[in-house]
Write a protein that binds this ligand. Structure first.
Ligand code: BGC
Length: 537
């Protein structure tokens, strides 16, 4: 793609002038005085110099254009995820899963955390249950009236609350007091259609979407924070105890019946509607996956053998890393400037919190090094970390107008870059495409890695549990949740295409990705029901 003349003139302000200023011709009928002859001479010289300058400019501009092209093609190459690369990544994911299940710390990357959830909802759960879903910049409180097999979900209500940014890096008391307060006022508004069992304390499922080493189904130690949270005093502490203390300070009578990761809530919600649901993936602010594992494939499990013979494993795949990951200078920048440098490489390449930031880093480099947007003086907003949210990347990507008008608007609104050329907008569009496609294809490789692990396609001889899953199910449903996947259509398309590319036609047809209807919240409330102290199911 060639950079057109407007892009050229933006590359060097001097060129703009040389294009705009025109030489004035002297009318033939006027008698020429020696003065005017001299002036004309001067004028001709000036025009000559300008012509020379102009040709220098166009040389300079075509150099800038060539440089942008070079940068773009280098970036495209560095981000490439050809099929063989995806297969290597899927295999590396499978291998790490095995290591992580062997012993605590067996894999430096994948924690493969047993969740103590042995049974997923069956559909016969009944009663009023609450859920608190904390995992990103917002949290949700939710209540649901479950009506058993026949009536299923009778009524539900939820409220979404933004977490003030200062609480994401303050103290655990401040954070949990804030959540407990919102929960208390939500519970106080419990109205018609919701019926708490008399004499029962209300129960809630707590979806806490960070790496937690569970010590029971309702207790667990926070290993570390992700997604921009950094509350040091909470690390190594029991999260449920901290939350219940805060609830106690508000004088509420509500108890945590289950502590779950959002992936586990999503899996439970998926299974409630479709019993072929075997794994779940979150593609939102952060990313992660969990799946149903046979407990005999978990050598590090020291607890009593679950009656079901199965255990849900929270992989914490966001921390996956591999030499096969196509990392670029932008990924390095994003990582170094994050609150958790060195951690969560996979997450930082594929999830909603980071895609916009990767795009911003690439644009800043192109602007600085190749005068994209008429550099070298570039908009300060372009240098401001996280100034471009991923929803904008999705909007840029879906701009199909002939002129890329939406792209122009976003560049102006977000970065205050006005009067962009079509070619510049096209480059921005291409960069978003490269980054989103890479993220979606990497996520697909992760999913195929899990399918391989559970033996879905390799048959009985390759894995211990292969025969179990292969023989019983003709479909494997992946429950999916998260705003990135939900709202970024092209990301969905790329992910599905990569899964299909990696699998045989029959295998690909058996993999169904189902966007979870109600998010992880309902699933978490369902798990509170199935782990209720008044359990009657
Ligand atoms: C967390 C996971 C979580 C995922 C999606 C990651 O940053 O470590 O526990 O499931 O985000 O919310």
């Amino acid at each position: 793609m060639a950079i057109g003349s407007r892009a050229v003139s933006y590359a060097n302000p001097a060129c703009v002038k040389s294009v705009v200023v025109r030489s004035q011709s002297v009318p033939r009928w006027r008698a020429l005085s020696s003065q005017s002859i001299a002036r004309q001479q001067q004028q001709q010289n000036l025009t000559k110099t300008k012509k020379q300058k102009s040709s220098k400019c166009s040389n300079h501009s075509s150099t800038a254009a060539a440089q942008i092209h070079l940068l773009l093609s280098q970036f495209r190459q560095a981000s490439a995820t050809p099929l063989h690369r995806l297969r290597q990544l899927a295999d590396a994911m499978t291998a790490e899963m095995h290591s992580g299940l062997m012993s605590e710390g067996g894999s430096e990357q994948l924690k493969m955390l047993p969740t103590y959830v042995e049974n997923l909802p069956h559909g016969d759960e009944e009663g009023l249950f609450y859920a608190v879903d904390l995992g990103g910049t917002n949290f949700r409180v939710l209540r649901v009236q479950l009506g058993g097999k026949e009536k299923r979900i009778v009524k539900q209500e939820y409220q979404e609350v933004a977490i003030p940014p200062e609480l994401m890096q303050g103290t655990s008391k401040e954070l949990f007091d804030f959540i407990a307060k919102k929960l208390a006022s939500f519970v106080a508004r419990e109205g018609e259609g919701f019926e708490a069992h008399s004499g029962h304390v209300r129960e809630l499922g707590f979806a806490f979407s960070f790496p937690v080493l569970q010590t029971s189904v309702k207790s667990g130690i926070l290993v570390h924070w992700t997604k921009g949270f950094k509350i040091n005093d909470a690390i190594g502490k029991d999260i449920v105890a901290a939350f219940e203390e805060a609830i106690g300070r508000k004088g509420d009578h509500i108890r945590v019946a289950a502590l779950v990761n959002d992936t586990v809530g999503t899996l439970a919600g998926g299974r409630y509607w479709n019993e072929d649901t075997m794994l779940s993936v979150i593609l939102g602010t952060g990313t992660n996956a969990c799946y149903v594992e046979r407990v005999d494939a978990v050598p590090k499990w020291r607890g009593a053998p679950p009656k079901s013979g199965e255990m849900i494993i929270n992989m914490e795949w966001g921390n996956f890393r591999s030499p096969y990951l196509p990392r670029t200078f932008a990924d390095e920048e994003v990582d170094i400037d994050s609150v958790n440098p060195g951690d969560q490489w996979f997450e930082k390449m594929i999830s909603g919190m980071y895609l916009g930031e990767i795009v911003r880093c690439v644009l800043a480099k192109f602007a600085q090094e190749a005068a994209l947007f008429g550099g070298p003086i570039i908009s300060p907003k372009l240098l401001e970390p996280f100034s471009l949210g991923t929803p904008y990347v999705s909007k840029i990507h879906s701009d199909e107008s002939a002129d890329l008008t939406e792209v122009a608007k976003i560049l102006e609104d977000v970065f205050e870059i006005r009067r962009t050329t079509f070619q510049e907008r096209k480059i921005v569009h291409d960069i978003c495409d490269i980054i989103a496609e890479r993220g979606a294809r990497l996520a697909a490789a992760g999913i195929v890695g899990i399918l391989n692990k559970i033996g879905r396609f390799h048959g009985p001889t390759t894995t211990t549990n292969g025969s179990y899953l292969s023989s019983r199910r003709s479909k494997t449903v992946v429950a999916m949740d998260g705003g990135l996947y939900e709202h970024y259509t092209q990301y969905q398309v790329y992910m599905r295409a990569a899964i299909d590319e990696m699998l045989s036609e029959t295998a690909a047809q058996s993999v169904v990705i189902e966007l979870s209807k109600d998010g992880s919240g309902i699933g978490t409330a369902l798990l509170a029901a199935s782990h209720s102290q008044y359990h009657r199911f």
